[in-house]
Design a protein. Structure first.
Length: 133
């Protein structure tokens, strides 16, 4: 049973309800898109009437609408920064400090050149044993 008065039940504002409905619709369309063959085979989507492209177009519209709400939606689940393992999605706001620290910890940044590249670099650099004046 659909209740259009969800704000009185869950103490949500109308924009919050709209966002949650968009999120549910996005998930439904994503599921349909990822299982398109099953839906076509079952006759739920008509290929002749551009059903698949309509699903994709609607999904893109929903993603565009939800894009501005992404940070709030992720924050609403109260995931920790450690759990998300996100350098730029920081709750504390120290994005650039975290990005710099992550770059320092990256093994590929331990030296100017990764050891695997030395054989290729040696072939391109010719060192003259005697200085020519």
């Amino acid at each position: 049973m659909r209740n259009d008065n969800l704000s009185s039940i869950f103490l949500l504002s109308k924009p919050e309800i709209s966002t949650l409905r968009d999120l549910c619709s996005c998930y439904a369309l994503w599921t349909i898109e990822n299982n398109m063959g099953d839906f076509i085979e079952a006759g739920a989507i008509d290929v002749g009437m551009e059903g698949p492209s309509t699903v994709r177009a609607e999904l893109q519209k929903l993603c565009s609408r939800l894009r501005k709400e992404c940070v709030s939606l992720v924050d609403s689940f109260h995931f920790t920064d450690e759990y998300l393992d996100s350098t730029i999605g920081r709750y504390d706001g120290y994005v650039y400090d975290a990005l710099y620290e992550a770059a320092l910890e990256e093994p590929m940044n331990a030296s100017d050149v990764v050891p695997e590249a030395f054989p290729f670099i040696k072939k391109t650099i010719v060192v003259s044993p005697v200085a020519r004046l």
